[in-house]
Design a protein around this ligand. Sequence first.
Ligand SMILES: NC(=O)c1ccc[n+]([C@@H]2O[C@H](COP(=O)([O-])OP(=O)(O)OC[C@H]3O[C@@H](n4cnc5c(N)ncnc54)[C@H](O)[C@@H]3O)[C@@H](O)[C@H]2O)c1
Length: 714
Amino acid sequence: MIYAGKAITVKEIDGGFAQLNFDLEGESVNKFNRLTIEELGAAAEALKGADVKGLVVTSTKDVFIVGADITEFTSLFAGPEEELIANNLKANSVFNAIEDLPFPTVTAINGIALGGGFEMCLATDYRVMSTKAKVGLPEVKLGIFPGFGGTVRLPRLIGADNAIEWIAATKEHKADAALKFGAVDAVVGPEKLMDAAINVLEQVNAGKLDYEARRAEKTSKLNLNPMESMMVFETAKGFVAGQAGPHYPAPVEAIKAMQKHSGMSRDKAIEVEAKGFAKMAKTSVAASLVGLFLNDQALKSKAKELAPKASKVNKAAVLGAGIMGGGIAYQSALKGTPIIMKDIAQAGIDLGLNEAKKLLAKRVDKGRMKADKMADVLNAIDPTLSYGDFGEVDLVVEAVVENPKVKDIVLREVEDQVSEDTILTSNTSTISIDLLAKNLKRPENFCGMHFFNPVHMMPLVEVIRGEKTSEETIATTVAYAQAMGKTPVVVNDCPGFLVNRILFPYFGGFAALMRDGADFQRVDKIMEKFGWPMGPAYLLDVVGMDTANHGGEVMAEGYPDRMGKDFKTAIDVMFEAGRFGQKNDKGFYAYELDRKGKQKKVVDESVYDMIKPVVASSNEFTDEEIIERMMVPLCIETVRCLEDGIVDTAAEADMGLIFGIGFPPFRGGALRYIDSIGIEEFNKIADKYADLGALYTPTEGMREMAKTGKKFFG
Ligand SMILES: NC(=O)c1ccc[n+]([C@@H]2O[C@H](COP(=O)([O-])OP(=O)(O)OC[C@H]3O[C@@H](n4cnc5c(N)ncnc54)[C@H](O)[C@@H]3O)[C@@H](O)[C@H]2O)c1
């Protein structure tokens, strides 16, 4: 044994070679936590003096190395920039030590090798990859970029243009693609991996391969003349900046670092990388994106905790084949759970099936699905006008018209058709789950399952717990949502549940801005610049003015103190004029079909005359005021949801907003946004607008947090 640690062991193997093996104790995957990096340093030190002819790097686990340990990032990134740079240089000295070993080295990539995991592979002279493995550098997804030498070694290995693509596009590459790029040297079946790796070392020892030349290529400056360098990096910066947008600086900064160190040899180049990495790690974007990753992990582990109480949904049913029902049937079938789709009208069924066909055809067109799979998915949707096969269904999603009387009848009817332990759920957006449960025989088997439109695109599902809902019902519904490829967030019953309860105060902020003289197009532009996928007027057009009007009434009844109607709004004007938005081609904007047949938004000047009667005063607003007046009510309502126990954790609230209404991910969610401003400062901002009413009044809890300096996260 040359070295034995808790994450790494190094031993001599046949042929006079050594094997460095990753197998992190007590974990299901290998990752680069502090311990692993420390041990890699010690292992390199031990190997330096070992009498061996070559080294093969392996993993015992199914994965090779998934990457750095992201759970360590928050505390790591909190330190000063200088410390971060020093930290990176220290870690890099370990990778350099592996690269500089006095004998040839090869990595046997058996499974996923991402981020730091792939950077480990890049540190060795050769890479042999299993057909089952995948490699990539996804760091910019977290607002940072590769920091273990990836920006240095990859361009020197596969060319700057390719390396830029790998780093900026964050794709995971399969073995054949990785080979084509030259990122790995050979691809073999998993059973032949070790032999192939040893074979490389033998070839080097037989003088057939020149590992020193290989090594020199990775450690010297990039082979580009100034003109080529200009072309590659400048073009890429422009293109990538356009793709990433102004709020996500990491991909462009990665290119800048690569450009800057392209004329340097390894050790100097690593310093440039470390500086750039530290700069990115200190941004609020990185803090938000890392937080988002951790929130997602927290949600997943919560679902995992529920899993033992869940029953498997082998067959589902959806009632109502409309916009939502059709989408739910499609998504369930696509992800492998067969589903009955029942409607009362053949026309409804035709509509639902056509929608599914259209979506599937698009997938086939884009090469994301084979034509025969399309038939399988369609066959997994069983359209019907009767309750015939409902006895064998494990879970029902009710998605009929939003009318409490109709839903009451339909739910009672279906309860008589299904087995005793079938779970019933409702996709209602506005009706209380407790109210719908009232006339059911088995209210414990009932909960809300609130999808967002369009179902196939929107990742969130709110699972709504009624007073009598059992944990088994919640667990099974959560598991089914996950099986459909969605992110479920469990919330308690209240008007609007989580997401709409928070969205309507945002619309309230918009309505008041309009009343006070703001231009809706300007508000849209500013909020889009702030990071929303669409501004509030455009969003209202997408949601539909009829839906917004109905939702607004429900919210006004549920929260009269702050959402009660005390003035006529521009949204009311649109609704009364029958301008329902995209669904009938006119709302705040008008909609026309472009050449590709896609709905395109155009300005309709007549709207300004229509809303004139509800504009009470003409004020000039700064961009900042518009952002504050829009964001403050949304943020405060999110806090209320947390304080009222509608969601259990800040993480779930923020994820609900990001996945449900497209809250700008780089801002991390409403609660992280408050944290980033500082709650004391946030309260001050809110207080500036005290005369706008209770939507702008921070809660007692928020005042208390400001006094004690408490944060929602950490
Ligand atoms: N559209 C959205 O953006 C959205 C988003 C989230 C939730 N929801 C909710 O989803 C539900 C459905 O909304 P939608 O937009 O799909 O409506 P929709 O009008 O497009 O579809 C409703 C369908 O239900 C059918 N139906 C009516 N009574 C029925 C019955 N007794 N049995 C079976 N089918 C029946 C109708 O024929 C119609 O095909 C509503 O509760 C709505 O609030 C809608």
